[in-house]
Design a protein around this ligand. Structure first.
Ligand SMILES: Nc1nc2c(ncn2[C@@H]2O[C@H](COP(=O)(O)OP(=O)(O)OP(=O)(O)O)[C@@H](O)[C@H]2O)c(=O)[nH]1
Ligand SMILES: [Mg+2]
Ligand SMILES: [Zn+2]
Length: 302
């Protein structure tokens, strides 16, 4: 898969990349690798982690003049509003585990958001050492069927194996890591990012949060040459989909959308229409019931 312009193009002088922060205080890394606390100048310069920006020094700090064109943009949502949280992502790695039991709906939502942003996605199923692993593995069959690779890992129990399999997949890419609490995201970041603790410390100091566990999205470099990155972000459960048009949802779920051409009506919503190819496929057991239920659930929200 080709790299996004984010990593392949690099940065010119006067340009930087947002590596952490939110709102109007952002930590920007210059083309030379120096990190500078920057402020934004109103709506036009509102940036998120991963954004390439044009910035100018102003004393010890900096001002963001403009956000450079984005390869893509991802959103999160809470009950009231949708907000962008990461840009210029090459691929998504969803980390789930045998335990705690993960929500398939949250997993599906993350994959829909990735498909909408044209980002490749993989699933890492962690805690292979637990007896409940087989059940979790079975729940991921429909995802494998739509072409999503499932990596079976034991990040803590067998870090050597996990590291060796992850490294080539992460090389040269900006990878967003998402997943529910307790799945093993921090274990993964600490395994793959040698100086993760130092990078966290640097960010919390620059943003003066006074804590060493950042709750916001953060960009980590995997290598000294800054060619591969992991983006760690909390909030798996609030993936923003409300910007997606309802009639595009099926296309973003290939196992559902793949049958839409068999529907009698071109604008079929696959709920109750006569001659619906999706409902027919569901009846034949060709679409997993959980997947159809999630389709209906998200459709009601759009
Ligand atoms: N049995 C088992 N436990 C693991 C494995 N990998 C991680 N864990 C444990 O799972 C727990 C959660 O791991 P974390 O890496 O903190 O999970 P997280 O996804 O960062 O969770 P949040 O920070 O709450 O979002 C920890 O107690 C880890 O030690 C594994 O391969 N096997
Ligand atoms: Mg964590
Ligand atoms: Zn239909």
């Amino acid at each position: 898969m080709p790299s996004s312009p984010s990593l392949a193009e690099g940065l010119a002088a006067g340009e930087g990349r947002v590596v952490s922060g939110h709102g109007r205080r952002l930590l920007v890394e210059s083309a030379e690798g120096a990190r500078v606390l920057c402020h934004t100048r109103g709506k036009k310069s509102e940036a998120v982690v991963g954004d390439r920006v044009r910035w100018q020094a102003s004393g010890d700090e900096g001002v963001i003049e403009a956000v450079l064109p984005r390869g893509n943009l991802l959103y999160r949502q809470d009950e009231w509003k949708t907000k962008a949280f990461a840009a210029n992502i090459d691929q998504l790695l969803v980390v789930v585990a045998a335990e705690p039991v993960f929500s398939e709906s949250q997993l599906a939502r993350a994959l829909i958001a990735a498909a909408d942003a044209s980002i490749a996605a993989r699933i890492a199923l962690n805690k292979r050492d637990l007896p409940t692993f087989a059940v979790a593995r079975e729940r991921l069959r429909p995802y494998e069927a739509i072409g999503i690779e499932v990596l079976e890992l034991a990040l803590k129990r067998d870090p050597g194996d996990a590291g060796a399999r992850l490294a080539p997949l992460l090389a040269g890419q900006a990878t967003l890591v998402l997943g529910p609490s307790g799945a093993g995201k921090s274990t993964l970041v600490n395994l793959m990012v040698a100086d993760a603790k130092a990078q966290i410390g640097e960010v919390s100091q620059a943003l003066r949060t006074g804590r060493h566990t950042t709750t916001a999205t953060q960009w980590y470099w995997l290598d000294a040459t800054r060619t591969s990155a992991l983006i760690d972000s909390p909030g798996f459960q609030e993936f923003g989909l409300r910007h997606i048009a309802a009639d595009r949802l099926a296309a973003l779920m290939p196992d559902i959308g793949g049958h839409a051409s068999e529907c009698r009506f071109y604008n079929c919503t696959h709920r109750h229409e006569p001659g619906c190819g999706v409902l027919a496929a569901l009846g034949r057991g060709e679409i997993a019931e959980s997947r159809y239920r999630i389709y209906r659930e998200i459709l009601e929200e759009l």
